[in-house]
Every structure is written in structure tokens, then in C-alpha cells.
Design a protein around this ligand. Structure first.
Ligand SMILES: Nc1ncnc2c1ncn2[C@@H]1O[C@H](COP(=O)(O)OP(=O)(O)OP(=O)(O)O)[C@@H](O)[C@H]1O
Length: 648
């Protein structure tokens, strides 16, 4: 009954406080309703201009357990620019608000448009805001995920109150609300910064593993909000939050621009994953950003221009195979490097990947990261082989991925996009070809905030060898290097840091780079098991069975064949198995299996790395293998199981 009495008391107080405002009756009812919610841990703030609030400002802001509600009281349906304006205004006031879990992020904000009960227009979520009638307000205030604990809600409400005269507390007064203390907590004492950080981390660990509403640290927040006068890059070792920041920045830019935005990458599986992550970060903005694999972008673009260009992988493989059968051409190549894949890379990544069109161009190219020097004479042999491949392609009427990128680039240069992107973000930029990079530069332009490159040379899994300047991209020091690793527990990070996974060639243009071993682990603990023995399959299966949460585990391999093998082994052992290609957020019912290339953008509690013997005498190949290994190991948050195979 105390609750009812308290509510009644608050309602009367609300009546008194709102009396002089000449509000339409329905708005009065809504605000009274909000006022009463003070009893349930909400902190309403009323816009001082209500009911004559400027169009794109909120009439009220409610801070409480379910986050921050940016409330617009409207008879008519507002357009999206209006509700977005109110959202952005509030988000900017909240910039820098600290909670016990770190900086408050925009993910905790929602725009809610409240209409009178008789409103008959569109209701529900429009992409920018949730539209409800006054009768539905209860539901919004009561149902939903708890995002702020009472202390945090109070801190955030205070922050808003201090940042503007436009919003004033409704039904609560800053100085009348006692500071809440945990039982046994000393009053008024200052915390050591270290304690606070530890506390923040402890709380972060209590959150569900795939919880995306992370809180940015100061460096990260700086990158999200900084204005860059031209192309910029974010780099830093694995797990330092590069992709998280890329998405936060997209959300930030989406609120400040009107044009479309682009997230693209060379990794086929990543755009889908990034879209899902972005959706949970900023659901109302998801329609503003195009998440697309760069090759698909090029194909779609060409199709739109009436010059469709599809890649038939089988035909491309057949063309290469036919050229590879030409012993007269291939014999000298084999003497240099026996592996077919080496020469395929030479064409895909060096010759075509760099847009080289004539032998003179090939003679002049540095071939960084490709091992021994090739003499002029030898390059002529390679060029002959390449010409044969091209002949085989055209005989089949086939195009490879490089052809498509080059065509898209030429088409874009001929006739630029009618509606340019407001900004583009490229993730895993270290794995693009030079052609890909040039295309990205042509898509985005190089104006302020238009192009953000995100990557880490140490995680390069495809042959590279370009410099940004070759794609006409100049960074002039714009960007940030991140150092704090949030993903891997200390033991996992230590182990991965032991790898000699240097990348002496692609440091994204000489900017400072931080190797994984210099990353600062945020999460303590972790477990690394190095196994060796006779029956690797039985050992891996048994280790999987002993996990608390076997479903948040992945078996990562170097090759597709190995992934297929492990899929069979695990199924035979009774596990539900899902290929990494089909990874879904929250799909927790199966053990994942896949190649390292497919593991970008995802992370697991436990990673299993079976031994795959692949010896090579070449230094740059060894380094590349170590980079693969590094990517694989750093997908693990808590547990890493590494098999050394039989020889230990
Ligand atoms: N400030 C933060 N607080 C808590 N968790 C964070 C923070 N920043 C990032 N994370 C978490 O750290 C993990 C790694 O982030 P992210 O994938 O963005 O790193 P990355 O640098 O892109 O990694 P990689 O290069 O290995 O792909 C994610 O689980 C992310 O949610």
C-alpha cells in the first residue's frame, strides 16, 4: 500500500508542478505518468519550452532502468529528421557521461514519440523512433532489458541536468536524492583509478559474452567522434576494438549526415556479421548503412550500369588449371616455387591485384613479401604464364574477381556515383588488393571523414605488398593506434604474442604499429593447453566434452579439407556442428568449424587448433603461417587448445 500512497503523493505533486504550463490535457496526463515513475527509479527531465518545444527537440527525457528515452509528445507523426534531430541533440548532451560500466554509449538511447490516445496514424518502430499512444506508455516504461542500474541512471540524469538549462528535473531534485551506497561501502571516499578500472572490468565480465553494448574507453571514444580532414586509419593488434569502433563511428556519422554510408571489406563473411552487430548497437540506423563485400559491391554496381560481370569460380579454376598444365611454361616456375598456390597468388595479388597491364609494369614492381628477388629474365617467364592464364580465361568467356574490380573502377572513373556515400569504412584493409583499395578510394572520395581504413598488418592472411600512396590515399598522420586488448584473456594473449607473426611489408604506410605482444590485456586469467600425443582426434573431442559451454567453441583450420575432416570427426562424436560460413549471432546450439579466413569478425570462448603440418623452407611463407595462427589464436577469449601433433 505504501507504493500506492507514494504514487498518489507523486501524482498530486505532478499536478501542482505542471499546472502553470497550459499543456494540452493529454500531454499533461503523459507527463504526470512520467512523474509518478520516479517511484520506480526513473528520472524524468522536462523541456522548459514544452508545450512549445522546438520541432527537433525532445519534450522530455526519461532516464531509468531501461536506458534513456528521448520523448517527443506529438499530435502528428514527425518526420524522421525531426526525431533524429531530437535524438542527436540528447546524445550530444550525454557525450562523456560515465556509468559504472564505462562511458554511456548511444546504444542506451531510444527515441519515443508519444501520441494522444485517439491518434490513428502509424505506430510501432519506424527505424528512427518508436511511435506509441499515451495508453501504451506503461509498456515502454516497464518492459525491456535493464540497461542502467539505479546509481547509473541517477548519474546520467545528473549529467543531463548539468549540461543544459533546457531540461529540468521533473519530480526529483538533484540535491534531495541521497547517494546510493553498496552495503559496507565507505561514504565519501575517493576511489583509486585502478580500483575503478578493475571494477569496470569485473562488471564487463558479468555481462553475457555476446553482449554488444560495450562501453568505449577514452581513446576509442576519441576515434569515434574525431573529425578527420581526410582519409584516416585505425590500427592496433587483435582484439583492441577496431571493428567495434568502426561500427560506433558509422552510427555517429549516420546521425550527422544524410547520405548513405558504406561498410565494406575483402572478407566475404564479415559484412553480414558487422550488420548484425550494428543492428544491436543502433537498430534505428541500420537502414542507413550498406554492409557489403567489396566484390559484391562491384558486381552490383556494374549490373546497375547495365554491364553485368559475374565470376564463375569453377571456370576461373579451370582456366588456371589449363595454364598450369602447360609444362613448357610452368617448368621454370616450379623450379622457383613448386606450389601452384604461390603462382596463383602471383597473378591474383601481384600482377592483376595491382592492376599491372604490361610486362614493363611487372618488371618494375617491387613484389614485397613474395620471397626471393625475380630476375628480369624470370619475370618474362612468369608473364608468359600469366598471358596463358588470360587466354584460357577469355576462351571460356570467364572473368575473375580482379577483372570485376578493375571494371568497376574504370566505370566509376568514367561516370561517378550520382549519390555519393557520406562516408565509407573499410574493415580488414590489410587484406585488400591494391585494386580493391583504389576502388574503395574511388567510391568514398577523400574529403573530411569520408574514408576510414581499419586493419592490422600483423593479421594479414592474403599476400599484400602495396602502400596506401599507390592508391592515392594520404593519411598525413590521421588516425589512431589502439593498444588495450578487450577480447583475449591474459594467458591467451601471452601465448598468441609469442608467435613470430611479423609483417615486415604491410604496415599501412609506415605509421606506428603495435605488435600483439605489446597489447595490454584487460581480462585476466584464461587457459592455454598445448597438447601433443598420438590420437589428436580423441584428445580434441575429449577436451571439447570437458568444456562448461561446448557450444561456444570453434575448431579452426588452415585449409577447407581440414575443416571438412573435423566436421566429420565431431559429428561422428555426437556433436551438433555448424560451419563458420553459417555463423549466426546467438546461434549457440553447435560447435563451429571452419578455416581461419572465415573467422574474422567472430570470437569464441574456446578455440581449438588441431595440428596441420605444413612445412616450408621459405621465410615469408613461415611468417604468413604465423599470421594465420595469430588470427586463429586471438579468436579465443577464455580457452585455447593447441595441438602440436605427434612429434610434440
Ligand atoms: N571498450 C570496451 N569495453 C569492453 N569490451 C570491448 C571494448 N572495446 C572492444 N571490446 C570488445 O573486445 C572484443 C574485440 O573487439 P573488436 O572485434 O572490435 O576488435 P578488433 O580490434 O577489431 O579485433 P581483430 O583485429 O582481432 O578483428 C569484442 O568482444 C568487443 O566487444
Amino acid at each position: 500500500m505504501t507504493g500506492t500512497f507514494r504514487h498518489e503523493q507523486l501524482r498530486r505533486q505532478a499536478e501542482r508542478e505542471l499546472r502553470g504550463r497550459l499543456l494540452p490535457p493529454w500531454q499533461n496526463r503523459v507527463l504526470q505518468r512520467c512523474f509518478v515513475e520516479v517511484a520506480n527509479g526513473w528520472f524524468p527531465l522536462l523541456n522548459q519550452f514544452t508545450p512549445h518545444t522546438p520541432r527537433n527537440r525532445p519534450d522530455a527525457v526519461l532516464v531509468g532502468p531501461l536506458g534513456v528515452l528521448v520523448v517527443l509528445l506529438r499530435e502528428e507523426e514527425p518526420d524522421w529528421e525531426t526525431s533524429r534531430g531530437a535524438f542527436v541533440w540528447t546524445a550530444e548532451l550525454l557525450a562523456g557521461a560515465e556509468t559504472s560500466q564505462g562511458m554511456l554509449t548511444e546504444a542506451a538511447l531510444r527515441a519515443v514519440v508519444v501520441h494522444p490516445a485517439e491518434f490513428r496514424g502509424r505506430r510501432g518502430f519506424s527505424g528512427e523512433h518508436l511511435a506509441i499512444t499515451e495508453a501504451e506508455l506503461d509498456r515502454v516504461l516497464v518492459r525491456g532489458e535493464h540497461l542502467l542500474d539505479p546509481g547509473d541512471a541517477r548519474t546520467v540524469a545528473h549529467h543531463l541536468d548539468n549540461r543544459t538549462f533546457d531540461l529540468a528535473p521533473l519530480g526529483w531534485q538533484a540535491h534531495l536524492i541521497p547517494a546510493q551506497r553498496e552495503p559496507g561501502q565507505r561514504g565519501g571516499a575517493l576511489f583509486e583509478v585502478g580500483d575503478l578500472r578493475r571494477e569496470r572490468v569485473r562488471r564487463a565480465l558479468d555481462r553475457p559474452f555476446r553482449d554488444w553494448r560495450i562501453f568505449l574507453d577514452d581513446t576509442q571514444l576519441g576515434v569515434v567522434r574525431r573529425r578527420y580532414s581526410g582519409p584516416a586509419r585505425i590500427t592496433g593488434p587483435a582484439g583492441t576494438g577496431k571493428s567495434v569502433i568502426a561500427l560506433h563511428r558509422l552510427a555517429y556519422l549516420a546521425r550527422r549526415t544524410t547520405g548513405p554510408l558504406l561498410f565494406t571489406t575483402h572478407v566475404a563473411s564479415l559484412p553480414r556479421i558487422a550488420r548484425e552487430q550494428f543492428r544491436s548497437l543502433a537498430p534505428h540506423l541500420v537502414s542507413r548503412v550498406e554492409f557489403v563485400h567489396l566484390h559484391r559491391w562491384a558486381r552490383d554496381f556494374l549490373a546497375d550500369r547495365g554491364c553485368a560481370a559475374e565470376v564463375d569460380e569453377e571456370l576461373v579454376d579451370a582456366a588456371f588449371e589449363a595454364a598450369w598444365q602447360r609444362d613448357d611454361l610452368v617448368e621454370p616456375l616450379r623450379d622457383f616455387r613448386a606450389a601452384r598456390s604461390y603462382w596463383r597468388d602471383e597473378i591474383d595479388r601481384v600482377i592483376k591485384g595491382r592492376g599491372i597491364r604490361c610486362l614493363d609494369g611487372y618488371q618494375a614492381v617491387p613484389r614485397k613479401g613474395r620471397g626471393q628477388h625475380l630476375s628480369r629474365e624470370f619475370r618474362c617467364r612468369v608473364w608468359e604464364f600469366y598471358c596463358e592464364y588470360e587466354r584460357q580465361l577469355s576462351e571460356r568467356g570467364a572473368l575473375d574477381h580482379n577483372n570485376v574490380l578493375m571494371r568497376a573502377l574504370a566505370e566509376l572513373e568514367r561516370d561517378p556515383l550520382p549519390r555519393p556515400y557520406a562516408a565509407a569504412v573499410v574493415d580488414e584493409v590489410q587484406d585488400l588488393t591494391l585494386n580493391g583499395l583504389r576502388l574503395v578510394r574511388a567510391i568514398s572520395g577523400d574529403g573530411p571523414d569520408q574514408l576510414l581504413l581499419v586493419g592490422d598488418g600483423q593479421q594479414q592472411v592474403y599476400a599484400g605488398g602495396w602502400r596506401l600512396s599507390e592508391a592515392d590515399i594520404s593519411l598525413r598522420g590521421r588516425g589512431e593506434v589502439l593498444r588495450r586488448n578487450y577480447r583475449n584473456r591474459a594467458a591467451v594473449l601471452d601465448r598468441a604474442g609469442e608467435l613470430d607473426a611479423i609483417n615486415r611489408f604491410d604496415d599501412l604506410d609506415g605509421g606506428p604499429s603495435v605488435p600483439l605482444r605489446s597489447a595490454l590485456p584487460v581480462l585476466p586469467g584464461g587457459r592455454v593447453v598445448e597438447w601433443s600425443g598420438d590420437d589428436q582426434e580423441q584428445a580434441l573431442v575429449s577436451a571439447l566434452r570437458h568444456l562448461d559451454d561446448a557450444t561456444d567453441a570453434v575448431v579452426l583450420t588452415r585449409t577447407h579439407q581440414a575443416a571438412e575432416h573435423w566436421e566429420r570427426v565431431l559429428r561422428a562424436a555426437g556433436f551438433a556442428v555448424r560451419r563458420l560460413e553459417h555463423w549466426e549471432p546467438g546461434a549457440a546450439e553447435a560447435v563451429h568449424v571452419g578455416t581461419v579466413h572465415r573467422a574474422k569478425g567472430v570470437e569464441f570462448r574456446s578455440v581449438f587448433l588441431p595440428a596441420e603440418h605444413h612445412h616450408t623452407a621459405h621465410r615469408e611463407e613461415r611468417e604468413a603461417l604465423h599470421r594465420h595462427r595469430l588470427v586463429a589464436m586471438t579468436r579465443a577469449r577464455d580457452n585455447l587448445w593447441i595441438s602440436r601433433g605427434r612429434d610434440g
